[in-house]
Structure formats: structure tokens, C-alpha cells
Write a protein that binds this ligand. Structure first.
Ligand code: AMP
Length: 427
């Protein structure tokens, strides 16, 4: 093991070794298949952007922009930031490439690493992996319900039991009703100055709604008596929120209204939501999102509604582990081709290649292992069948096919081997 600290992954980052990377790819494949049913197409934006994209989009007074960004000056003197989240970049790209010009709409999904300089703990990393969707150009509440349903279905599809998830829902209002409400919360905070923590006192001037998110017990207690936006939504926001809930009811998706759910990004308007999972401790949000009807305007674009969610890979894995769910990743090898003696190594090599050409994940030995060791390796790779290549059988054009589950062995004609294996594998 490396002892030199600089030879280790930086604090808050992890190497995704094959066992985990295969789970990531499984989640990604599940997302691709599921998101395609809802009309989403992939998009890849740069992993870094001009810092301003995040400052303008996410908001100067947020924790992300204020404390957590990896920002640096590049050799050309530009201020560059590693993306802390995906929405700002996708909306920037949609505007730059006119994806929503002339009233068009677009549905996009992305996946990849995000970077936040946070204090690392279980389920909180400095480089973490997200999968997300953005539906841009549509204002109807049916879309809010569709996006929320998609997130719930993703988690169900990968195996998080419905009973272990809580879907929280709130409306953040819009530019009509939120400013007056913000002012009321700021006044409420000032009335309780000294009782709240210093950070919340400061929030009265910077970002009063974030006081609802404070983890401090005393602050939570005080904030539970603060005015609630759901009581003060303007008529269009209230109508929109009611319609989102009605659609979710029709879809049979259970939710809990949480008037204190404000989420940490300034760009949200109207619907916000979050899914929390059991067994994760403090970092229990596995995914979240909301509407951002004013975000494109922040970049100088026309008023363009939008909505999306992002879910975290590491916390999804923790939620699955807490629920005792094993992710069904495919075996490294479906078939292992073993040679009984060294003389038939060339035959085993060609048989293995023929199986691969038939679409079967096959592996063989390249280290002159004993037959016993080859069987051990087959086991480790998860092979369901071992083909034993022996000189006597080869003379008659045959090999032995062993079912590793039942230990049954049979002789099969070499020419029939791929067809027989495919049939046994149910393909
Ligand atoms: P957010 O962009 O903050 O709404 O986060 C969306 C999801 O990303 C969360 O629900 C988490 O699952 C995940 N996430 C956010 N921050 C981190 C982090 N620092 N480490 C690991 N996962 C994170």
C-alpha cells in the first residue's frame, strides 16, 4: 500500500474500482432505458465552466457558490469552476445552441462527476457522481408530476423499496409571491436574533429561506414557527401546485408536503422535491430537484420554463445496501474455457474466441494455471459454465460442458457449443 500521501486519492474523493464502477454502469443503463421511455436524450457538457455560469445560476448567497466551489484561474486568466451540479451547465448549453428557440422544448439527461468542497462524511464527497434530467421549455404542471414520477421510478427500478423512500414536496412560489414572503421570513429571523445561530442571523440579509435548512436544533425549533410560503402563494402558483399534487395522486405516487423544503439553490421557482431514503443518517437525500422558470433569463435568454432532478450515485448505493438489496451486475465471464493439459492451450484459446464472437462473455487462462486453479478462477469470475478442453474429446470434435450450478457434465459437439450455451443462458 502506498504510504506517500500524495500517492493517494485526494481527501473527499474515491477511486471507483471495478465492483463499484459496474454498479454505476448498471444504474446508468437503467437510467438510459427508463429515461428513453419518457423522451429524454443524452447531453454531455464540459466538466468545467466559466465561474459566472454557477454564480449567476445557483446564486451568490448559496452555500455551493459561497463556500464549496472548486474555482481556479486558468493559464489564460479566466476564472473557471469545476461543475458543482448539472443544471446550470445544461441550461447554459440549451441557450447557447438554441435548443428551446421559437417555443421548442427539449428533454435532456446527463451523468457524471460533480465537485463540491464540502466536509467529507458518509454519503458526502468532494467528487461525487450524479445522474440527472432537465426538461426545458414546458411550464405545465403535468411535466412536474412526470419528472417527479420518473425519479421515483428510477429508484424503484434499481431496487430501492418504495416503503424506504419518502418523497417530500413543496412550492417555492415565484417572483410575484416570493419577495414579500422572503421579507417576512427575514423579519421573523431578526425578531429571533440571538436565539438563532450566527449563520442564520446573517441569513436574514443574504438568504433568509436557507434558515429552514439549518441543522442546528435551536434554529429548527424557532423556524418551525416561521411563516410558511404555502400559506402565501399567489393564485397562479397555488393553482400550479394543486395541479402537480392532483397529477401525482392520479399516478398513485405518495408524497409528503414539507413547507420547510427550500433546497440549496437560488434558481428554484414553484415546485421543489426531494427523495430521502431510510438508513442513511444525516445525508439521507438521495435525489432532488425542482422548477427553475427564470434560470435561462439569468444567462440573458428569453423567459423559458424548466424543471429537472439530480440523484446521487453514492447515496443510492448506500440506500440499496441499507435495504439489503444486491444490485444485479452481470458476471465478468458467463463461460470459462479451461484446458485439461497445456498441449490444448491453442484450441482453448480459439474456442474462447468463438464464444465471444457469438456474443457470450467468455474467459480463458493466460497464466498456465492448473485445472484446479482454472476452476477457482472460473468461480471468481462468476462463470455459470466451464468448457473443459481435453485431448481425448478433441479427437472426436467434442468438449465437456460443465454447469457450475448443478455440477452436471455433458459432452457436446464443438460446432454446437455457442448455440447450446446461448440456449442455456436463455438467449
Ligand atoms: P443537489 O444537487 O444538492 O440537489 O443534490 C442532488 C443529489 O446529489 C443529492 O440528493 C445527493 O444524492 C447527491 N449529492 C449532493 N451533494 C453530494 C455530496 N457532496 N456527496 C455525495 N452526494 C451528493
Amino acid at each position: 500500500m502506498a504510504t506517500d500521501p500524495s500517492a493517494r486519492a485526494p481527501k473527499g474523493t474515491v477511486d471507483m474500482l471495478p465492483a463499484t464502477a459496474r454498479v454505476w454502469e448498471h444504474l446508468l443503463r437503467t437510467a438510459e432505458d427508463l429515461f428513453a421511455l419518457y423522451g429524454y436524450e443524452p447531453i454531455y457538457t464540459p466538466i468545467f465552466e466559466h465561474t459566472d455560469v454557477f454564480v449567476r445560476g445557483i446564486g451568490e448567497a448559496t452555500d455551493i457558490v459561497g463556500k464549496e466551489m472548486y474555482t481556479f484561474e486558468d493559464k489564460g486568466g479566466r476564472s473557471i469552476t469545476l461543475r458543482p451540479e448539472g443544471t446550470a451547465s445544461v441550461v447554459r448549453a440549451a441557450l447557447e445552441h438554441s435548443l428551446t428557440a421559437n417555443g421548442q422544448s427539449t428533454k435532456l439527461y446527463y451523468a457524471g462527476p460533480m465537485f463540491r468542497y464540502e466536509r467529507p462524511q458518509a454519503g458526502r464527497l468532494r467528487q461525487f457522481w450524479q445522474i440527472g434530467v432537465e426538461a426545458i421549455g414546458m411550464a405545465e404542471p403535468s411535466l412536474d408530476a412526470e419528472v417527479i414520477a420518473l425519479m421515483v421510478r428510477f429508484f424503484e427500478e434499481v431496487g430501492v423499496p418504495r416503503g424506504r423512500m419518502r418523497l417530500l414536496l413543496n412550492s417555492m412560489g415565484d417572483e410575484e409571491c416570493r419577495p414579500a414572503y422572503r421579507a417576512r421570513v427575514a423579519a421573523f429571523i431578526r425578531e429571533h436574533a440571538g436565539v438563532l445561530c450566527e449563520e442564520c442571523d446573517r441569513r436574514a440579509d443574504t438568504n433568509p429561506l436557507r434558515a429552514f435548512d439549518c441543522k442546528n436544533e435551536a434554529c429548527r425549533e424557532v423556524m418551525s414557527g416561521a411563516p410558511l410560503l404555502c400559506d402565501e402563494l399567489c393564485e397562479p402558483c397555488a393553482t400550479h401546485y394543486a395541479a402537480v399534487k392532483a397529477y401525482l395522486d392520479h399516478l398513485g405516487i405518495a408524497y409528503e408536503e414539507d413547507p420547510s423544503l427550500v433546497r440549496g439553490l437560488d434558481y428554484y421557482t414553484r415546485t421543489v422535491f426531494e427523495i430521502q431514503a431510510e438508513g442513511l443518517g444525516a445525508q439521507n437525500a438521495i435525489g432532488g430537484g425542482g422548477r427553475y422558470d427564470r434560470l435561462m433569463q439569468e444567462y440573458g435568454g428569453p423567459p423559458t420554463p424548466g424543471l429537472g432532478f439530480a440523484l446521487g450515485f453514492e447515496r443510492t448505493v448506500l440506500a440499496l445496501a441499507a435495504a439489503g438489496v444486491e444490485v444485479p451486475v452481470p458476471a465478468v465471464a458467463e463461460v470459462f474455457v479451461a484446458r485439461a493439459v497445456a498441449e490444448v492451450a491453442g484450441d482453448a484459446f480459439l474456442i474462447c474466441d468463438a464464444l465471444r464472437c457469438s456474443g457470450i462473455a467468455a474467459e480463458t487462462d493466460h497464466q498456465a494455471r492448473s485445472l484446479k486453479s482454472q476452476f477457482k478462477l472460473a468461480d471468481r469470475l462468476g462463470a455459470r459454465y466451464v468448457v473443459v478442453v481435453g485431448p481425448d474429446e478433441l479427437v472426436t470434435g467434442q468438449v465437456t460442458l460443465r454447469d457450475m450450478g448443478t455440477s452436471n457434465e455433458e459432452r457436446v459437439e464443438l460446432g454446437d457449443l455457442p448455440t447450446i450455451v446461448l440456449d442455456r443462458l436463455g438467449r
